[in-house]
Design a protein around this ligand. Structure first.
Ligand code: ADP
Ligand code: MG
Length: 450
């Protein structure tokens, strides 16, 4: 009996998908998850407060009507906030409660892969072409290329998880027998903690070390976690020696994974390290259009143009802005104009071009160069310090609206001509020095993520 309850939500969901207009369904119902049933109550996970409020005020009656029609009067629906429906944290080793039901058929619990991430829907641009190409090569012949391990790094929201998952999905589609496992580093740590607590560390090792393709996402999460790092190192070695494919992602390059075992860093260096940069305007536009197309929706060109121009640093935010517009459309029930879009997205835009202070930039640059912030202000002429100071000044000219004089003032009352000199030196050098160019990109990312 307990098993039949959860299926009901699946039927309600199907019914709503067929009866509501597509936009409404995509916006308000697709993100819902049936979490569990308790007695006659079906508990539905909603992504945020706003969603819950709107759903309850506009659609609860409709949902109940469908439920009644399909299952009689016996059931109640409760709503509950859930964090991120894309990354269910279901430990591999734990036994699943019988009543959990997931209508999301695109998610495979065994491999932890979500079919929504594919190479086909990963838009290629200069920013990611190298990472995408090597990822595809690995997916076509896991363990058989020189790209082992494959290490993909880039700032948040640029497609690392998408690529890692796409590798898993692609290689599995090619070879159903391949043993594939995707895990965030957080899940790896949680699994390990659980295994230790339940005396199941052998099971833990067996599962992780039996894979033909292991994808570990966000390895920077292992920083400062000695025991997990060690276990990860052993897992890595065991797979590596057996010629199995390992794919790692990180928000920083390997040489910045400060407390990682040097042997591990060495091995990563022998594989392939590929970075993903923020997307250029054309790529952003292509991503927006592709996404809207996949959802069978379209906005006018000037709206795509506007979003692509405003959301530069993060594809997740780019997509979120589109979702927000969908929601708005279902509320107003007419085509939206550029003005609508501007006003709906104004809060998001504010955060993406938040007011960045000179102090904040100084702090991030000092941190990056591992020097004290005071040195940036002091009369210190040591080469490294002077260089870091120039970089910080340059970033202030790019990221703040402060005048050159004002910037000079915040760097130990220096003259504005010094600021101009710093700005021109760095911006000239960026073109010819890729290491510096990368540093600047990385710093910008850290400064803007506040
Ligand atoms: P990261 O893991 O680097 O933080 P994700 O892989 O989670 O970023 O990407 C964030 C969102 O942007 C996801 O929804 C992903 O599908 C989408 N995305 C990222 N890069 C691309 C791309 N090149 N083409 C299409 N969608 C992308
Ligand atoms: Mg990710």
């Amino acid at each position: 009996m307990a098993d039949t309850h959860p299926m009901i939500w699946g039927q309600v969901n199907d019914h709503l998908e067929n009866s509501l207009n597509r936009l409404t369904y995509l916006t308000w119902f697709k993100p819902l998850r049936c979490l569990s049933t308790s007695g006659n109550t079906i508990i539905i996970g909603v992504p945020n407060d706003f969603h819950q409020g709107f759903l309850v005020s506009h659609y609860h009656n409709k949902i109940m009507a469908v439920l009644r029609e399909l299952a009689g009067d016996n059931f109640e629906i409760h709503y509950q906030l859930v964090k991120d429906s894309d990354s269910p944290s279901i430990p591999t080793l734990k036994e699943e409660p019988q009543t959990v039901y997931k209508p999301d058929k695109s998610f495979d619990e065994r491999t932890q892969l979500n079919q929504r991430y594919t190479f086909d829907n990963f838009v290629e641009g200069n920013c990611n072409t190298f990472a995408r190409t090597t990822a595809l090569a690995v997916a076509e012949a896991p363990g058989k290329t020189a790209f082992n391990p494959l290490f993909i790094y880039g700032l948040t929201g640029l497609g690392k998880t998408h690529l890692a998952q796409a590798i898993g999905n692609f290689s599995l589609a090619n070879n159903k027998k391949l043993r594939v496992l995707y895990a965030t580093s957080e899940k790896f740590v949680n699994d390990l903690i659980y295994a230790i607590r339940e005396y199941k560390t052998t099971d833990f090792s067996r599962i992780y070390r039996s894979m033909d393709l292991l994808l570990i996402d966000d390895v920077q999460f292992f920083l400062g976690k000695g025991r997990s790092q060690l276990e990860f190192f052993h897992t890595f070695n065991s797979l590596y020696q057996a010629g199995k494919q390992i794919v790692l992602t990180s928000d920083r390059p390997p040489n910045e994974l400060d407390d990682f075992d040097q042997r591990l860093i060495g091995r990563i260096g022998q594989g392939l390290v590929a970075d993903i940069q923020p997307p250029d305007y054309e790529t952003r536009l292509a991503i927006l259009q592709r996404r809207a197309e996949a959802d069978h929706l379209s906005f006018s060109e000037d709206i795509y143009d506007f979003i692509a121009a405003e959301f530069k640093d993060n594809i997740r935010e780019l997509e979120a802005s589109l979702t927000k517009l969908y929601a708005f459309c279902t509320i107003i029930n007419r085509d939206i104009t550029l003005e609508d879009a501007r006003s709906v997205l104004k809060d998001q835009i504010k955060t993406s071009t938040a007011v960045i202070s000179i102090e904040h930039i100084r702090q991030k640059v000092a941190e990056y160069h591992k020097i004290s912030e005071d040195l940036l202000i002091a009369r210190n002429r040591k080469k490294e310090v002077a260089r870091a100071r120039q970089i910080a000044m340059f970033l202030c000219t790019v990221l703040t609206k402060s005048s050159l004089m004002h910037i000079g003032l915040h760097f130990g009352n220096r003259d504005y001509s010094t600021v101009i000199h710093a700005r021109d030196t760095i911006s000239r050098e960026i073109d010819s020095n890729p290491v510096l160019a990368r540093e600047i990109e990385l710093l910008k990312g850290r400064i803007l993520s506040l």
